[in-house]
Ligand binder design. Sequence first.
Ligand code: HEC
Length: 149
Amino acid sequence: MKKLSILLVALLGFSAISAHASIANAKKLVLIYHTQAIAENKEFAGPSAEEGKAFFNNKVKTANGKEVACASCHTANPADNGKNIVTGKVIKPLSPVVNTKRFSDFDKVEAKFSQHCVDILGMDCTAAQKANYITYVLTEKTPTVKAKK
Ligand code: HEC
């Protein structure tokens, strides 16, 4: 499957030059993961923002008994700054619409997915989960307007 991704990355071309490159790249990633997901499961109905949102907010019990979701660090709105629950450090918004640095490097995205999915879910995310997840974060375009806690 890795080979297919490399081929697709080469075909689609990734660029981090223009301001909207992050959105274009995120959409290309959806296409790549969608293609992979179908190769893994012919019944995959296509990326769903709703499923991506549910996945993002879904709390899972980790090895140390804590309940953690992607949203625990990235917050419930991926257009907002997040906060790392382990280190306390600020995490820039995940949404490529507000943070043009996101999804600009396929290898970084793959590495982060593997790392976070293994940390939280105990296994790498499936291509379908990744396609749904990026489809979802693309829909989050507006940071929450509220006083910082
Ligand atoms: C313990 C805190 C924490 C949790 C929980 C967490 N993340 Fe992250 N995530 C981070 C940090 C830190 C970064 C890197 C920060 C940066 O690049 O600015 C990051 C970056 C990412 C990126 C990289 C995006 C890019 O291209 O720059 C992806 C994708 C990602 N996380 C997905 C997930 C998913 C999916 C989950 C849930 C399964 C999740 N994260 C849960 C802390 C977390």
